[in-house]
Ligand binder design. Structure first.
Ligand code: 5GP
Ligand code: ZN
Length: 114
């Protein structure tokens, strides 16, 4: 499958991971929207939230409970605050069709989003 994030997660495109384990990798966004902008990507190809299966529940929990929290602490933004975003579909602004969680921080955010 010709998928950018499968290639990054699988090591086919060499990348510097800020975190990796058996089910996810995390790396810096190539076009950061804030001083800290990390993408957390499951190794499993899941196209979007719309493609979640029941068996993905543990993976989703792992990403939020373990990985987002650890990275927010490691990056020193857990106290100051941060944003966790999963863009989904065209109107959601999804451009890479392999599910990924944006962890964005290090500056004040606006609401509503653009
Ligand atoms: P989306 O718009 O799908 O939610 O987010 C895709 C993100 O992937 C964008 O923020 C974009 O900057 C980032 N991105 C696209 N290609 C690459 C790449 O080759 N390497 C890295 N590190 N990030 C990428
Ligand atoms: Zn993929």
């Amino acid at each position: 499958m010709d998928c950018l994030f499968c290639k990054i997660a699988g090591g086919e495109i060499p990348s510097k991971f800020v975190y990796e384990d058996e089910s996810v990798v995390a790396f810096r966004d190539i076009n950061p929207q804030a001083p800290q902008h990390i993408l957390i990507v499951p190794r499993k190809h899941i196209e979007s939230i719309n493609a979640f299966q029941v068996e993905d529940k543990d993976l989703v929990a792992h990403i939020l409970v373990d990985v987002v929290l650890k990275l927010a602490k490691d990056l020193g933004i857990d106290e100051s605050g941060y944003r966790v975003v999963i863009n989904t579909g065209d109107e959601g602004g999804q451009t890479v069709h392999h599910l990924h969680v944006h962890l964005i921080g290090g500056r004040s955010m606006q609401w509503p989003p653009g």
